[in-house]
Design a protein around this ligand. Sequence first.
Ligand code: 5CA
Length: 448
Amino acid sequence: MRLSRYFMPVLRETPKEAEIVSHQLMLRTGMVKQASAGIYSWLPLGYKVLMKIDRIVREEQNRAGAIEVLMPTIQSADLWRQSGRYEAYGKEMLRIADRHDREMLYGPTNEELITAIFRDGIKSYKDLPRNLYHIQWKFRDEVRPRFGVMRGREFLMKDAYSFDLTPEAGRLSYNRMFTAYLRTFARMGLKAVPMAADSGPIGGDMSHEFIILADTGESQVFCHKDLIEGAVPPIDTDYDGDLSPIIQRWTSLYAATDEKHDAAKFDEQVPKDKQVSARGIEVGHIFFFGTKYSEPMGCKVQGPDGQKIVVQMGSYGVGVSRLAGAIIEACHDAAGIVWPVPVAPFEVGLINLKAGDKDTDAAANDLYAKLEAAGIDVLLDDTDERAGGKFATMDLIGLPYQLIVGPKGVKAGEAEIKVRKGGARETLPMDAALAKVVAAVKAKRMLA
Ligand code: 5CA
């Protein structure tokens, strides 16, 4: 992409309404624009990030055996009456009447709809286990939407739903999603710690929140040092195999906790020298709730002996749009965002320091063509802004690698590489600089 033809409305000033750094940076870099309270348009730079997050989430869901569907945003109130949640959900639910005065709602979550779909589509225990997921916009009329996309009213969520014959089998499905989450967040360059949690309005008796650690995170958490230092499950995880060693390592109940939970238990379980306090952001939440929805909604299968068996369910959420903000909270410095390669809007920022100069243009265009040919996602700054402004903007938008070409370098046949994280610089012959950047990007993609 050439910046001269792109749409990236960068703001010089930090908008006053933004309280936290990710919100400030998302507005300043023109990633998003508020449409109304807690509702955002995703502009080109932000949308690219959102789609990269979306893709990683999808790949890891598929790898763990979940099957993708797409349910609508608008649901019927009747469906929610079947589970008893229509009245209980309260003011967070956006209720709508259609032209026939039928009661509808903008879905805050999809347990009811997926249970009805699954109930009507299966017959026997041989249709189990299954896990269906979608990535779809949700609406929750939060009292105080704030922090930009981190606590929006309209937000993008991945929600998966598991269906099993027995509670034991349901737990295995839960463990598969648990493992998939560790991998998902690791692929985004994040360390997420699972924390035993309350299940709230979703319900159920087993639940974990996944918290990514960031100094500016909303909630204080305490966790076992080993969780922070621990390696994530390997790329070739066999989801049909025994995941219990992974689960055991990550779930000893009070290995992570927060102010709300039992601090005394945490003290008992985790030795003092292994206790660390950190701040974090909830980016995922998983639940096992057995028959909470399948029972009232009649989601049953015929068992091996002909008896009807009520299906065991769990649900598994990832805050896809929240992650865009959460990653920035975890990855920024005084100059701006510092994107991890797998979620960066572009992998390389190519700066032409003197657009309009024949030789510099030729060198920049040549590098641009070669980066694209190598499959690198590159943004070429070919505008006629002054050099200082170009450097500041490139640092602000946080592309992982900068490749800088100016008239002096071109004469010497050289380009400069700047690594955004840490700021290391190196000047190399043109082709060597190109090869080095391409190799560095590919090594950091962590693509499956
Ligand atoms: N049905 C279950 C799991 S599929 C569910 O709705 N879980 S949840 O309420 O915990 O939401 C799942 C994830 O969505 C959360 O972990 C969080 O990352 C994200 N999320 C929740 N509310 C918001 C919000 N207002 N703005 C942005 N993201 C949100």
